[in-house]
Design a protein around this ligand. Structure first.
Ligand SMILES: *Cc1c(COP(=O)(O)O)cnc(C)c1O
Length: 401
């Protein structure tokens, strides 16, 4: 008898959820590398097209390997329905464009992933959609912006790279009163540490490229929401515009999910420990980590998150020179703009991921030239601290003799 994975805890769901075995009884999920499907008869084809028969039709619309991944993600998130996409950006874009039309209004937190910021600031206005940014941590700004009717709210919490939090229940309440749906980019928290749908969000989006693959191999995205919104609003958009995930990448992601709970748990523990270690270093002027008592929103983190996440952000004294000296001194930690990988990665946001947002916006976001974003992987945490210790020591301005 097939098991019902919804009876199990998250780590079990990640291994057993969504599995659909073929008649061969394979242990691992089957990889359906097929673009199309054949029918037993012309009548079955007709029925598939008119909806009276359930049958796969074309892999731009659905594919059994993707279905397994989508079902597993639903079980993890506690969502009714899911669609996957080729990248995280395709997920954000599809969720927004499927829902919005000319004349609509979007309110977004300013601290968004660079390409999400571009969609709101540059793409949507081209189609006659009004957009407004607010400081995500400031409820008064959300209240003011949502005093007028709106159609969609987009936010990221914790944000990239400054790990600023948005009060999800409070903003969801304001958004719903304004007539807007709430779309949460939950990449930094992962579905294991924060469940936005339970906190009032309507749609959750992921870049599966990050922790879900977690081993730096494939790109992918996911959108989770109610069955009604996915089927009526999102599915026609995906079906007809084709941001579809490849079956191979879906299969890699299914295998990645099997170890997600182990990996996120280990990286989180190391990240919290690295954050405390960095705070003791003389040329580190500030550390941001959501569950540390010096994070301005740690009380909110305790309320809506089950852990601080796998990213630590810190500021090195000496601005860009200090940050570059530290980064160039890393032996183990690699310089990269990715995150959520088993390998620990360091980013200098001001000159890479956030170069394009401009100096004024960077200042508003608190991204100074000394800020480094550290994505903590699966190495032994003591090796990471050793690497940070020697790189920071080398970056320290030599005391006058
Ligand atoms: C990486 C990322 C994205 C974009 O995902 P891709 O898979 O690179 O397209 C969107 N939002 C956040 C918060 C991200 O970290």
């Amino acid at each position: 008898m097939p098991i019902d994975p919804s009876k199990f805890r998250p780590a079990t769901r990640l291994v057993q959820g969504g599995v659909q075995r073929t008649g061969h009884g394979e242990t691992a999920e089957a990889l359906f590398l097929t673009s199309g499907y054949v029918y037993d008869s012309a009548e079955q084809a007709e029925g598939t097209f008119n909806g009276s028969v359930e049958h796969y039709q074309y892999s731009r619309f659905a594919n059994p390997t993707l279905t397994m991944l989508e079902d597993r993600l639903c079980l993890l998130e506690g969502a009714e329905a899911c669609r996957t996409t080729a990248t995280g950006m395709a997920a954000v874009n599809a969720a927004m464009l499927a829902h919005l039309k000319s004349g609509d209004r979007v309110v977004a937190s300013r601290a968004l992933f660079g390409s999400c910021h571009w969609i709101v600031s540059t793409l949507l206005p081209k189609f006659g959609i009004a957009t407004e940014f607010v400081d995500g941590a400031d409820l008064a700004q959300w209240r003011a912006a949502l005093a007028q009717p709106a159609n969609l709210v987009l936010l990221e919490t914790p944000s990239n790279p400054m790990l600023e939090l948005v009060d999800l229940p409070a903003v969801a309440d304001l958004a719903h009163r304004a007539g807007a749906i709430v779309v949460v980019d939950n990449v930094f928290a992962t579905p294991l540490l924060q469940r936005p749908l339970e906190l009032g969000a309507d749609v959750v989006v992921y870049s599966c490229t990050k922790h879900m693959d977690g081993q730096g191999r494939v790109l992918g995205g996911a959108i989770l929401s109610s069955k009604k919104w996915i089927e009526e609003t999102l599915q026609p958009f995906i079906r007809n515009t084709g941001p579809t995930l490849s079956a191979f990448n879906a299969w890699v992601l299914l295998k990645g999910l099997e170890t997600l709970a182990l990996r996120v748990d280990a990286s989180c523990r190391s990240a919290a420990s690295v954050a405390d270690f960095l705070a003791t270093q003389p040329n580190v002027s500030r550390v941001w980590y959501p569950t540390r008592s010096d994070h301005p929103q740690h009380a909110l983190a305790a309320k809506q998150m089950r852990g601080g996440g796998t990213v630590v952000t810190f500021e090195v004294a000496g601005g860009k020179d200090g940050a570059f000296a530290a980064m160039n001194g890393f032996g183990l930690i690699a310089v990269s703009n990715n995150l959520g990988d088993s390998k620990s990665l360091a980013t200098h946001p001001a000159t890479t991921t956030h170069m394009r947002v401009g100096e004024v916006e960077r200042a508003r976001l608190g991204i100074t030239d000394g800020v480094i974003r550290l994505s903590i992987g699966l190495e032994d945490v003591e090796d990471l601290k050793d690497d940070l210790r020697q790189a920071l020591a080398a970056a320290r301005p030599q005391a006058a003799a």
